[in-house]
Design a protein around this ligand. Structure first.
Ligand code: SF4
Ligand code: SF4
Length: 394
């Protein structure tokens, strides 16, 4: 049985989480030393492969948008694996869409295993059968991530746009557990499932799996935002943080810090061959249909810029934000999606920081962030994504 106090909200880091702020610690163990060196040398040690945007569910918070063009073929994905191995990639996350919606999923995954990658898998779990669970277990994944979006079928179905979703997900979880696979459940908290938060926690505890609840909703890749209106309000976040037992450690940042490691040592490849800095920041670095991965990784302007410039010193509003010590997870991708500015504030992080401030300073109202202060005069623009070309909405 899992200790309920182990549940984290958005993976709150321990004090002085150097990995999160981009400052390299003095290596305390060989693994940390290796990671620090890979980041310093910009080795793409971790990659997420979105094998497909096909999916049997229709979750309202899904940010994938299928294009009217073919996805990479089996042979092209196998070639991507070879190129990543040659580039020094060690960790692969295979994701979708739904990975099992691709008939050749196991062909690709088994080749990845044979090449020696450490594998993480993301699936919705509903398509698992005894046979596919056997094959998944044989991949020896480090972890399989599955979403838990409600503690009742009614809630889960409303969010996932499907029928008997909870029942099918739990069946999938148990099939994997029975084969010794480590499963982690993840919940995106929305106003639709907030009342079932405790029940979901009990469910995860009962299953004995790792469990995490997060609060950030991101817009889809075409700029649409079906789940945005279900994002928790600041009041709901405040109440959540009050109830949550997870310790919080605020921190001041210096100019050399990074709010995340985007661009340094990981990337995402889409089903259409686009290489992106990460799953939120979908500014194309290039397409592996037209250019070898190592060239894209070394030369893409967006990756070079992130490596050289994406530090706290370049975030003008975050630097002067009165509650930046309470900000735990400014995301460059969400900032870019919100107002087309990589270096701007992330509106969801702003709301979250205010909720944290109020949790840590009972009875005090959180100050406005710079974004909130200027919003009336400078309303955020909506970004529209058209294939590889980005255009700003008028
Ligand atoms: S709360 Fe908003 S403005 Fe302040 S540091 Fe975080 S993202 Fe930047
Ligand atoms: S931009 Fe956002 S999603 Fe990408 S690595 Fe940074 S925090 Fe994570």
């Amino acid at each position: 049985m899992m200790n309920r106090e182990l549940v984290l909200l958005d993976g709150t880091p321990p004090p002085l989480d150097f990995a999160a702020c981009g400052v390299e610690p003095a290596a305390t163990n060989p693994y940390d030393a290796l990671l620090a060196r890979l980041r310093r040398e910009h080795v793409p040690f971790s990659a997420m492969l979105e094998l497909t945007h096909l999916c049997n569910l229709d979750c309202i918070m899904c940010y994938n948008v299928a294009r009217a063009e073919p996805e990479l073929s089996t042979a092209q994905w196998l070639e991507v694996l070879e190129q990543l191995a040659a580039a020094g990639t060690l960790r692969l996350t295979l994701s979708g869409g739904e990975i099992l919606a691709r008939r050749d999923f196991f062909t690709i995954a088994e080749r990845a295993q044979a090449l020696g990658f450490a594998l993480d898998l993301k699936t919705n779990g509903t398509l698992l059968t005894a046979e596919s669970a056997d094959r998944m277990a044989a991949l020896a994944p480090r972890q399989v991530d599955i979403s838990l979006l409600g503690a009742t079928d009614a809630t889960f179905d409303a969010i996932a746009g499907s029928r008997r979703t909870l029942e099918r997900v739990l069946r999938g979880v148990r099939l994997l557990q029975a084969r010794g696979v480590r499963v982690k459940l993840n919940t995106l908290l929305l106003d639709l499932n907030l009342t079932e938060r405790e029940a979901m926690l009990d469910l995860a505890c009962g299953l004995g799996v790792e469990y995490e609840q997060v609060v950030k909703v991101s817009a889809a890749d075409d700029g649409s935002d079906r789940a945005g209106r279900h994002q928790l309000s600041r009041q709901q976040m405040s109440a959540l943080f009050q109830a949550d037992q997870t310790p919080f450690y605020g921190r001041q940042r210096d100019d050399a810090c990074r709010t995340c490691q985007v661009g340094l040592s990981s990337c995402l490849i889409s089903p259409y061959g686009e290489v992106y800095p990460c799953n939120e920041l979908r500014i194309s670095a290039g397409n592996i249909r037209h250019q070898p991965f190592d060239q894209i990784w070394a030369d893409a302007p967006i990756l070079r810029e992130l490596r050289e410039r994406h530090t706290f010193a370049q975030l003008p509003e975050c630097r002067v934000c009165p509650i930046n010590a309470y900000c735990e997870g400014r995301c460059a991708g969400l900032a870019w999606k919100a107002h087309g500015d990589l270096y701007g504030p992330d509106p969801v992080a702003c709301r979250q920081a205010q909720a944290r401030f109020e949790q840590q300073n009972p009875g005090q109202k959180a100050p406005q962030t710079p974004l909130q202060a200027r919003r009336g005069a400078d309303a955020p623009r909506n970004r529209v994504f058209v294939s590889q070309t980005e255009v700003m909405a008028p």
